[in-house]
Design a binder for this molecule. Structure first.
Ligand code: FE
Length: 341
């Protein structure tokens, strides 16, 4: 990974703005005990049933339209209904402070974790780390296509947040039983799902030559079955930044949003408020995201997201070059019970 120090290399030049990017890999947040979401304890709560009813209505819409966009205000009662703790709604807005340098991009900091969503044992478990690889064959055309990438691992303050956990559960409840167009060499006979969760902070600081592109690759696919993106917050971001477009699969992979054919645009969504959530059937669309711009040009801008990819396990012979391991994570384990209808 030749560019691993690229972010660090440019850091000295941002000294003038020390106050705004001190947290890149800074581990600023103080450690808190991780919590485990226990949805089973919610079963006798009225708000649990209200949340399930809302989720099932969203699922219906997802089945029909192949994507849903849920406003953050509507996500809050759903996640609380699944058991997310009140204080974690505050804390989740700080987890992106824990992100570390991206090996191939200078404008992004990231942590990631791999989880198994297992309907058979009705649990979600953290799996050991594996590189993340996307290839041109999966409609991902970028300078790092086909390169196995490793990022800082999701820390316990991040995965131990019950809002993060309830988002994984929410997603599983929405896509459960939704048919998708199969991708090559994913094991659709397996009952298990692999969920890769990224916490990504995009930075823009023009004075320092940092231009935040939530999707530098232009029009692309994520190589997953179901993709979910959740807005956690932003700082000094111009309000017209980071608009997501969903394109018909006919659109050319790798072109920038402004070069796309408007007749092939299937949806436009804009994450603007805390917990605004987009979910889509990845293989049914390609997508692109516009740049992150600064509001005050003298200060850096940041945009914090959770990006959650879920797909069936990779088989040997998958184009990325390896199959998923199902080994549990030994140093940062997580296991939470899952409720499914
Ligand atoms: Fe994407």
């Amino acid at each position: 990974m030749p560019h691993i120090n690229r972010y660090k290399d440019i850091s000295p030049s941002i000294n003038g703005h020390k106050k705004t990017i001190p947290y890149v890999n800074g581990h600023k947040a103080t450690p808190r005990g991780p919590h485990i979401l226990n949805v089973l304890e919610q079963r006798y709560n009225a708000r649990f049933y209200e949340a399930i009813a809302t989720i099932m209505a969203l699922r219906k819409s997802y089945l029909q339209n192949r994507y849903i966009f849920v406003r953050g205000d509507d996500m809050v009662p759903i996640l609380k209904g699944l058991g997310a703790r009140e204080d974690d709604f505050e804390l989740i807005q700080e987890i992106s402070d824990l992100t570390g340098p991206d090996p191939t991009l200078d404008y992004r900091s990231v942590t990631y974790g791999r989880y198994c969503i297992d309907p058979e044992t009705r649990s979600i478990r953290r799996l050991e780390q594996q590189p993340y690889t996307l290839t041109v064959q999966e409609d991902y055309k970028r300078h790092d296509s086909g390169i196995p990438r490793m990022f800082d691992e999701a820390p316990s303050d991040m995965q131990g947040n019950t809002v993060v956990q309830s988002l994984m559960l929410f997603k599983a409840l929405v896509f459960q039983g939704v048919p998708v167009t199969p991708r090559n060499r994913l094991d659709y006979s397996s009952p298990a799902w692999i969920c890769t969760m990224f916490n990504a902070r995009t930075h823009t600081s023009k004075n320092n030559g940092i231009f935040g592109e939530p999707a530098l690759e232009g029009v692309h696919s994520d190589g997953s079955d179901h993709t979910m993106t959740v807005f956690l917050g932003s700082n000094n971001m111009r309000p017209d930044s980071a608009v997501t477009f969903m394109h018909d699969n006919e659109e050319t992979t790798g072109v920038q949003t402004w070069e796309t054919n408007p007749t092939l645009i299937r949806a436009r969504v804009h994450h603007q408020h805390f917990l605004d959530t987009l979910m889509f059937v990845d293989h049914d669309f390609k997508h692109s995201v516009t740049s992150v711009h600064q509001l005050d040009a003298a200060q850096p801008a940041t945009r914090d997201m959770l990006v959650v990819f879920t797909r069936r396990p990779k088989l040997e012979g998958h184009v990325s070059g390896y199959a998923d391991t199902m080994e549990l994570h030994t140093t940062e384990p997580l296991q939470l019970p899952m409720w499914l209808p």
